[in-house]
Write a protein that binds this ligand. Sequence first.
Ligand SMILES: *Cc1c(COP(=O)(O)O)cnc(C)c1O
Length: 234
Amino acid sequence: MPNIIDNLCRVHQQIDNAANKTGRHPRDITLLAVSKGQSSTAIREAYRQGQRHFGENYLQEALDKQQQLADLTDIHWHFIGPIQSNKTRKVAESFDWVHSIDRMKIAERLSAYRPDNNAPLNICLQVNIDSEESKSGLHAHQVENLAQAIIKLPNLKLRGLMAIPESRQAISEQKKSFAGLAKLLANLQSSSPQLSTLDTLSMGMSGDIEAAIIEGSTLVRVGSAIFGPRQHPR
Ligand SMILES: *Cc1c(COP(=O)(O)O)cnc(C)c1O
């Protein structure tokens, strides 16, 4: 197993440095450890180092690991992959966050299936920020309509926006996409009082943590920089 302790330390350092550059507090940035393709042993190791938020892309894989980690009661599970409608019941029952909403039908089903004794499911709308053909997500002009519809659903809590930009090397290029998502969130917040409380920009992965934080990310989704290469790549 790669050295998860050292890796987590290094990622926290990166977050601190990027936050300091722009006068932000590292405490205002959540580290989501993306554990798809990683074992429950690896997750447990990160948990022992204080990591509490974990992200998964594939439902069955996530459910298996949740069962193996059922003793870790204060863990927060985030679903970050595409959701098919026949998976909505299990997702609504087993996660605290869903970052990948781009259709009303899926949102309605998640709200309907969210158990009454659970807190509302936290939701981010996924935006196809670089308008790539191969990627899922909303186009910028569709975001406000879906947001207005979703805030009416009783068992969901809309938190903000998520994006997976085109992968680029240059920090200046990475920043452009992230700035675009930040602008979209700002527009949404000022568009109506009910949307003014949105507080989440889910952006930044292993290769672009710094650019994302400089542009205002409140939650970075980091996999390989913490856990090393994925063991069960799909
Ligand atoms: C896999 C994945 C990540 C993590 O990617 P790394 O490059 O390993 O950090 C983040 N977000 C989403 C949506 C993913 O699917």
